[in-house]
Design a protein around this ligand. Structure first.
Ligand code: AKG
Ligand code: FE2
Length: 280
């Protein structure tokens, strides 16, 4: 199996990444596919999300979102999340940008009322201008609006130096020191609105595919309305993933996944490492 075979087996075709989307990803660093997932799929994903809400982890006091709440390792939490690997625009865009790819992580995030403002950040570092390492996807399980914590993006900033990369994504690497000109471009307060930022809004089921280097971040959930979002990140295959799927592999994921899914999860020759989760 290789990336091209895996994507073909998962039904990815040229239609999943149009020349216009390719141009948008190149120039702006993102594109949106409204209501990509059907209402039935969204309903199933919401059910699975809620069923593992108790697995949410509260982050520490440092980083892009002190006290941020995340659910990690979703592929091992429910088979329903396998649907994320049918986000064909993500897979097609990731292959186009990075060549050989694999899953980098699948996380969930639903900021509570009065929470969610993150520092503007790039998800991964970069050592030269086309060292693209991650394509990320915001999969909206609820309608996302300016009131319930829309993701903000600075269009075009994927070509700027990486900003505030989370420690977990540095894999021990030291981000290259920015030049004085680059430094001058960095915001004084990364939590503040950026003059060029836009807010990603959309109906449940919509996806926003981003170059993981774009400056982006969560915003404040003012209304308290639910804003369940999945982040499906696909990495270049030679880049250490955020979550090593082999270390967290459950019998259930190993047994149900097909060869193409196993290739993308990089678990083809791996044995289960932890038991299946028990839900009451
Ligand atoms: O949930 C969001 O709106 C963005 C989250 C994000 O970018 C992150 O946690 O790295
Ligand atoms: Fe991010």
């Amino acid at each position: 199996m290789n990336t091209a075979e895996a994507l073909a087996a998962l039904g990815v075709t040229e239609a999943d990444f149009t020349p216009q989307q390719q141009r948008q990803l190149d120039e702006d660093g993102y594109f949106i596919v409204p209501e990509y997932f059907t209402a039935e799929q969204v309903e199933a994903l919401r059910g699975a999300y809620d069923a593992c809400a108790n697995d949410a982890v509260v982050l520490g006091d440092l980083g892009i979102e002190p006290g941020g709440v995340f659910i990690f390792d979703l592929f091992n939490k429910s088979e329903v999340f396998d649907l994320c690997l049918s986000s064909r625009p993500t897979l097609a865009a990731a292959q186009d940008l990075m060549g050989d790819i694999r899953v980098y992580s699948l996380n969930g995030r639903n900021p509570a009322k009065g929470r969610g403002q993150q520092s503007l950040h790039s998800d991964v570092p970069r050592s030269h201008p086309t060292d693209w390492r991650v394509v990320n996807t915001m999969i909206m399980l609820d309608d996302m609006s300016e009131e319930n914590g829309a993701t903000r993006l600075v269009p075009g900033s994927h070509k700027w130096p990486a900003l505030n990369v989370p420690d977990d994504n540095l894999a021990g690497e030291k981000a290259p020191a920015p030049t004085p000109e680059e430094l001058a471009q960095f915001p004084d307060d990364a939590t503040a609105p950026h003059p060029q930022e836009i807010k990603v809004t959309g109906k449940a089921g919509s996806i926003c595919v981003i170059n993981g280097h774009i400056w982006h971040g969560g915003t404040l959930n003012r209304s308290g309305a639910s804003r369940r979002l999945l982040h499906l990140a696909i990495g270049r295959r030679d880049v250490p993933p955020q979550l090593d799927q082999r270390e967290y592999l459950t019998p259930s994921l190993k047994n149900r996944s097909n060869p193409a899914q196993q290739y993308l999860l990089d678990i083809e020759d791996a044995e289960p490492a932890v038991p299946d989760p028990v839900r009451s």
